[in-house]
Design a protein around this ligand. Structure first.
Ligand code: TEU
Length: 553
């Protein structure tokens, strides 16, 4: 597929965490018909593509990222008919649907694994990664899973260990075994033939394990060792040849621990693997992935350095994504903005969207971000549902006793994945209009004033600002193609850059602080107009608290 059909470069993606978006049948769990009900809302917002988190049959150990059947729908989400209806209704509104593809691992309840663990001669044995333990019945190496504990689980039935980079109910598939790849490609074609518009590929950078490393200890984390393994590009090129190249779709690779150089291979403009990468370096600026349970606050210079590196590194070579948060990350306005007053909350949420989405790359808006939804205010660990947070609490507070319960609660409220997973706040009725029943996870107590209904009526709302911004992102060639140049790189308060083509240029300036900042507006070209901003009146040369302003010539 040539570059000409890269429609996804001018698209705005909206991520839906299905379980928490809208419950249509009153069981406290979001579902497919709930999404269909809200398509008009999404069309109004102006997004082009919906990425649905996994909707397949799953025991739910990791909220659907543990799949037991790739070709059927999770019962609590609805039926295949409901899915087809959603797809049709979305397409009717010119909205595309991208599905989550989770093929680094399956659930241990998937029939392949049920077979695989039966005996060593089973024809599915090599679908997974089995190894003998080390002497003294120790795991083959010292890797830890992303959710803590060993990445190896002993299985008494066949007296071997299997590898799981995530929970022990998520055994890793063995991509070196050709039948696994064939099965995955077959399943992908099956979904594409139904008419879906692409895949978001879960931890796709981890699929190729270096077999020499599997029995070696290492002093870096297991999932970092596995990232960008020896045959990952070979497999993705094979997948592209056999499946992806036959459809006009978008593919986005979730690629933890990817370098700019690797990204230029995964998502090269020539398109022999994926449409774009989704990388996490920005999420590391405050401890993020490498040690999220802490109090660390970000520094604007670190944010700017990461953005600069990726803007310059991918330009003209490859394509990337722009995101502030997703279903695994805390809420952007709580993390990078200011929720201390309603005024600052409103202004900083708009400023953050402006700062990021006018860069080059496909924007990913996470449900509720367009309302400025905030981190949770849960008081007790019992209110959390996320396996990662619960395991960490158990490990550090209860087992190791290395963190006090009070500190850990603060860290969890800052970094837990559940911050993003509380129910979407639709209105001020009970359960925020998400469900008629008690939701599977608590609603944020601020729903009475922070909700979609209120913001639809309020012209100054974050929602209206997102609508306006999205319209610009979809139409503006400079935003899509322009080269990036930064001003005032060293400023710890202002983020200021220009994007330019031969056609014209835009200049963006954002104040990340509540203090007024002086800005030398000579960088704004003569005759430029204001394209968008979050203050009614902009005072030349002065950036107000959390002000964002964009000029275009
Ligand atoms: O996340 C993969 C990933 O890179 C994790 O390190 C993630 O960033 C972590 O959850 C942050 O705390 C994907 C999915 O997005 C996540 O929801 C799944 O739990 C995980 O894969 C396993 O499928």
């Amino acid at each position: 597929m040539g570059e000409s059909s890269c429609w996804w470069r001018k698209s705005v993606v909206y991520e839906i965490y299905v379980r928490s978006f809208k419950d249509s049948n009153g069981d406290g769990v979001g579902d497919l018909n709930g999404i269909t009900e809200k398509l008009d809302y999404l069309q109004n917002l102006g997004v082009d593509v919906l990425w649905l988190t996994p909707i397949y049959e799953s025991p739910g150990d990791d909220n659907g990222y543990d799949i037991s059947d790739y070709c059927s729908i999770m019962k609590s989400f609805g039926t295949m008919k409901d899915f087809e209806h959603l797809l049709n209704e979305a397409h009717r509104r010119k909205i595309k649907i991208v599905m989550d593809l989770v093929v680094n691992h399956t659930s241990d309840e998937h029939s392949w694994f049920v077979e695989s663990r039966k005996n060593r001669d089973n024809s599915y044995r090599d679908y997974y990664i089995w190894r003998d333990g080390k002497e003294g019945n120790m795991p083959p190496n010292n890797w830890t899973s992303c959710f803590l504990g060993s990445a190896w689980q002993y299985d008494a039935q066949t007296e071997q260990y299997y590898l799981h980079m995530f929970s022990k109910k998520q055994p890793d598939l063995n991509w070196d075994y050709e039948p696994v790849r064939k099965e995955v490609y077959k399943m992908m074609r099956w979904w594409l033939d139904k008419g879906i518009d692409g895949f978001r590929m879960d931890v796709i950078s981890l699929i190729s394990k270096d077999s020499r490393m599997l029995c070696e200890d290492s002093n870096i984390k297991g999932h970092t060792v596995c990232a960008n393994g020896p045959r990952v590009h070979e497999y993705l090129q094979e997948m592209h040849r056999e499946v992806l190249s036959n459809y006009d779709i978008m593919t986005v690779g979730e690629t933890p621990a990817v370098t700019v150089r690797e990204a230029c291979q995964y998502a090269a403009n020539q398109q022999s693997e994926l449409s774009m990468v989704f990388q996490f370096e920005l999420m590391d600026v405050d401890g993020g992935e490498s040690g999220k349970w802490n109090d660390k606050k970000y520094q604007l210079q670190d944010v700017k350095a990461v953005l600069r590196k990726w803007q310059e590194g991918l330009y003209g070579q490859a394509w990337g994504s722009l995101f502030w948060n997703n279903h695994d990350q805390p809420r952007v306005v709580s993390r990078f903005g200011d929720t201390s007053t309603k005024e600052y909350w409103n202004k900083s949420a708009k400023m953050l969207a402006t700062a990021l989405y006018l860069l080059q790359g496909t924007p990913y808006i996470y449900q509720g971000e367009e309302l400025g939804m905030t981190n949770l205010d849960f008081q007790s660990i019992d209110e959390f549902r996320d396996i990662e947070s619960l395991n960490a609490y158990q490990e550090y507070v209860e087992k190791e006793k290395s963190i006090s319960s009070e500190d850990m609660m603060r860290y969890v409220r800052k970094s837990s994945r559940d911050n993003a997973r509380s129910p979407m706040q639709w209105d001020d009725s009970e359960n925020a209009g998400f469900s008629a029943a008690e939701p599977w996870i608590g609603v944020h107590s601020n729903y009475q004033w922070l909700n979609a209904k209120q913001q639809m009526e309020d012209k100054d709302s974050i929602l209206h600002y997102y609508q306006k911004l999205i319209r610009i992102l979809r139409e503006n060639n400079i935003v899509c193609d322009g080269k990036f140049q930064e001003f005032m790189e060293d400023s710890p308060a202002l983020y200021c850059y220009r994007r330019f083509t031969q056609e014209g240029e835009i200049v963006v300036c954002c104040n990340f602080t509540k203090e007024e900042q002086a800005w030398d507006e000579r960088v704004v070209p003569e005759g430029a107009d204001i394209l968008i901003g979050n203050y009614e009146k902009h005072q030349r040369g002065v950036m107000n608290a959390y002000e964002a302003i964009v000029y275009q010539r």
